[in-house]
Ligand binder design. Structure first.
Ligand SMILES: Nc1nc2c(ncn2[C@@H]2O[C@H](COP(=O)(O)OP(=O)(O)O)[C@@H](O)[C@H]2O)c(=O)[nH]1
Ligand SMILES: [Mg+2]
Length: 277
């Protein structure tokens, strides 16, 4: 089996980003035009932010350079550096930008959950979540969207052919790879990167996924959501991304939360493995 055909089992090659002809009319809203990646689907890109003032404007510009029709939702937790105020200014100037303000730092997991509920309430077709620190580059957005043909969740994957990480400390890499291995085996999720946050969801399927009983609030959120998506019958695919360490600002990684997350994953994983789901 060639490397490319292996990749096709789980994802799309980068060339899938720019299909030369429109997709079948049965696939709602994924007709893309040339390199602009235009689509008739309603696409929401969610950015959870905590102290991302220096990244926000350049990131939104890049998102719109790749997918001009995308709407952007900033979920800000009262960032002390004024990210929320900047987001309001951007939203006032561009109807494609929306902002959700939360009362304080409530965690990345619940911020993404808030974006999921927003996408469901407002009936978007696709929700793409990205980190707001340029670790998830907008250049991959067209491939993520093209990959939604026949799939319900598309993962921007570091762990398939063509994917990878740059400038990531060895300790983070080791933890990430071990957690992913454990989740794949215990939860039987058919994906190589179950912990990354760069994902596209078909909102109609998210609506049917149980998001009301999530145990996770922190890092295990990504794996738990994927686990619940699989239980809801979602078809999961992966497309390669190179994850780059943040351009500006500091990581919010917290060792206590990491331990809590590993406990949640073990709990869910052992239940799934033993068939007690
Ligand atoms: N709204 C919100 N966003 C958060 C919170 N914690 C982290 N983020 C955002 O989540 C993304 C990933 O966080 P980051 O600190 O870069 O984690 P790392 O990439 O794993 O080091 C970034 O866009 C952060 O600004 C939070 O408590 N609330
Ligand atoms: Mg980051």
């Amino acid at each position: 089996m060639s490397p490319l055909s292996k990749m096709d089992e789980t994802g799309t090659s980068p060339s899938a980003a720019l299909p030369s002809s429109p997709l079948p009319s049965g696939e709602k809203g994924l007709a893309m035009k040339g390199s602009e990646g235009l689509t008739s689907a309603r696409i929401l890109v969610s950015l959870a932010t905590y102290n991302e003032r220096d990244n926000l404007l350049p990131l939104i510009r890049e998102i719109h350079a790749f997918v001009p029709a995308a709407e952007v939702l900033v979920v800000d937790d009262k960032s002390p550096d004024g990210t929320g105020r900047l987001a309001d200014e951007l939203a006032a100037a561009d109807p494609r930008i929306h902002v959700l303000h939360r009362a304080g730092k409530l965690g990345l997991g619940t911020a993404i959950l808030a974006a999921m509920r927003y996408a469901i309430d407002k009936e978007y077709d696709f929700l793409i979540n990205m980190d707001a620190d340029f670790s998830h580059h907008p250049r991959y957005l067209p491939a993520m969207l093209a990959g939604m043909k026949g799939r319900d969740v598309m993962i921007g994957s570091r762990y398939i052919l063509g994917g990878g990480t740059v400038n990531w400390p060895l300790s983070r890499k080791a933890i990430s790879l071990s957690v992913n291995g454990m989740v794949r085996i215990l939860m039987r999720i058919p994906a190589h990167d179950c912990s990354g946050a760069y994902r596209c969801y078909r909102v109609a399927k998210l609506r049917r996924t149980d998001l009301d009983h999530l145990l996770s609030r922190g890092y295990s959120f990504q794996q738990e959501v994927l686990f619940r998506c699989r239980k809801a019958g979602c078809r999961i695919g992966e497309t390669p991304i190179i994850f780059e360490n943040r351009r500006a600002g500091a990581s919010k990684v917290n060792p206590k939360e990491m331990l809590r997350s590993i406990s949640v994953l073990l709990w869910l994983g052992i239940h799934a493995f033993c068939g007690w789901e």
